[in-house]
Structure formats: structure tokens, C-alpha cells
Ligand binder design. Structure first.
Ligand code: AMP
Length: 249
């Protein structure tokens, strides 16, 4: 049986993280993948490019289909956030004021020093935050599509971008965990205004979900009450997941 490897690339400038990507590939695909990732990375203003290759030892979970993509357009980001809050209130039962406060924190920089968290907030259905480290949050890793090239082509044909592929893979892994019931996300890129709210079935893309020019972004993972947080972290950070197909209606 062919071995699988995780490849992670990270660009930074003067010690500050600029961008990163990851892939899960067969041993025979490592060389091509590194070339591809390096070619993309070298155009970024970075003074350090870190490439890490690790053999995957944990069993890989195969997910057959991504969440279904739905798109919503709004006149303003406040309107989109009201829609997001209604949806999250329905799913989680958390009262709207608490949801508004949590989302507000993401828009203002949810780390304790007002910067962006590197990972996601974890919030249970009582509205309590459960992350081990509230400055950093938890990062979902070990995730890719089985045939990324094909998936990216299909998404581009439908008018989406490669960025959609990354977000869709990440949120599909998250929502596959039995205890994660919803996710809220806005990018930390000032001009990328599309965000999303995922549910067990849908990846709901909302535009605009943040104010133009805002450099703040983040994610909230909503989980069931009594979630075993250690088990959740293990799944998000250590369990490799490969997704097979897009799910279009
Ligand atoms: P991005 O979708 O890359 O623009 O990221 C938006 C925000 O989501 C970041 O500012 C982080 O707070 C958070 N984030 C980024 N990557 C991850 C990840 N792999 N897992 C959890 N949260 C993340």
C-alpha cells in the first residue's frame, strides 16, 4: 500500500505569518506538489518559506462529499450578520445577544491583545467558550481533497476560486465531527468580504459578511454541550481527512 504524506508550506515575513497551505498526497506525488506549492509561494513577499513533509501515521478518514454550497447576497454586512445570527440561533439555541457579542469579537480581533486568533473559537450551546488557549484557538489541519486538481477545476467552472476549495475542505472536515453543529467564518483579508456559516448540510456563503477594509477575521466552531474537548482537538488537529467529491444540487 502506498504511503501518504502531509505537506505543509508556510510563508512569513520578519517573523510574521503571511500565508500557508497544506496537502495530503501519495509518496509518488510529493515532488510535484512541492514544486507547485513553491511556485505559488515564491511570488509572495516572504523572507522565509517553510516546507514540512511528514508521513501520515494515523488512519485516514474518507469523506464522500463536501457540504452543499449555497450563496446569499446582502445589501450590507450588518444585514448578512443578522441573517447569520438568526441561522445560528436556530441551530444552537444560543441567545441572539450572546451570538452578537461573539461575532462582534471576531470582527474586532478576538485574541486578548485585539489581534486575530490563529485558530478558531469553540463555543458550546450554552454560549460558553471551550478553547484550551483563548488567545490562539484551535486550528483545523490534516485536510485535503483526494483529487484536488479535479475539484479546483470543477469549482472554477462554477465561478468559485481556489480559496473556496480550501474553506470548503476545512469546514467539511469540521462539520463531519458529530459534536460540531455549525461554524461562522470571516477572512482576515481586508478586501475579501465573503464569509460563511456552515451547518451539517450546507456551506452558506454570505456576501458581504464583513466591512470592507477590516483586517480582522476569525472562525467560531459551535459544539454540543458536554463535548469532549480533548477528543475534538484530536480530531481537528491530528486526524487526517480526504474528501472525495463536491456536492452540488
Ligand atoms: P482565512 O480563511 O485563511 O482568511 O482565515 C480567517 C481566520 O480564520 C483566521 O484569521 C483565523 O482566525 C482563522 N483560521 C485560519 N485558518 C484556520 C484553521 N486552519 N483552523 C481554524 N481557524 C483558522
Amino acid at each position: 500500500m502506498e504511503r501518504y504524506f502531509s505537506i505543509k508550506i508556510r510563508n512569513s515575513l520578519e517573523g510574521k505569518h503571511i500565508s500557508g497551505s497544506e496537502r495530503i498526497v501519495k509518496e509518488s506525488e510529493i515532488q510535484d506538489t512541492i514544486n507547485y506549492l513553491y511556485n505559488r509561494a515564491k511570488h509572495k513577499p516572504a523572507d522565509s518559506i517553510n516546507i514540512k513533509i511528514n508521513q501520515i501515521k494515523n488512519p485516514i478518514i474518507n469523506i464522500k462529499k463536501t457540504l452543499k454550497i449555497k450563496e446569499y447576497k446582502f445589501d450590507s454586512y450588518s444585514e448578512a450578520n443578522r441573517f447569520a445570527i438568526d441561522l445560528l440561533n436556530n441551530i444552537t439555541g444560543i441567545d441572539k445577544l450572546r451570538l452578537e457579542n461573539l461575532i462582534d469579537l471576531i470582527h474586532k480581533g478576538a485574541s486578548s491583545d485585539g489581534s486575530n486568533m490563529r485558530g478558531a473559537m469553540v463555543v458550546d450551546t450554552k454560549g460558553n467558550r471551550l478553547e484550551f488557549d483563548k488567545r490562539k484557538g484551535v486550528r483545523t489541519t490534516e485536510i485535503d481533497f483526494k483529487n484536488r486538481e479535479k475539484i479546483e477545476k470543477e469549482l472554477i467552472k462554477k465561478g468559485f476560486t481556489k480559496r473556496t476549495a480550501d474553506a470548503l475542505a476545512l469546514t467539511t472536515k469540521n462539520l463531519h465531527h458529530p459534536d460540531i453543529i455549525a461554524e461562522y467564518c470571516i477572512s482576515d483579508e481586508p478586501d475579501y468580504l465573503t464569509g460563511y456559516v456552515s451547518t451539517k448540510e450546507f456551506y452558506n456563503r454570505l456576501t458581504p459578511l464583513k466591512e470592507k477594509g477590516n483586517p480582522k477575521g476569525g472562525r467560531i466552531y459551535f459544539v454540543k454541550e458536554n463535548t469532549d474537548i480533548k477528543n475534538l482537538y484530536e480530531y481537528l488537529t491530528e486526524t487526517p481527512v480526504l474528501i472525495e467529491e463536491l456536492d452540488f444540487d
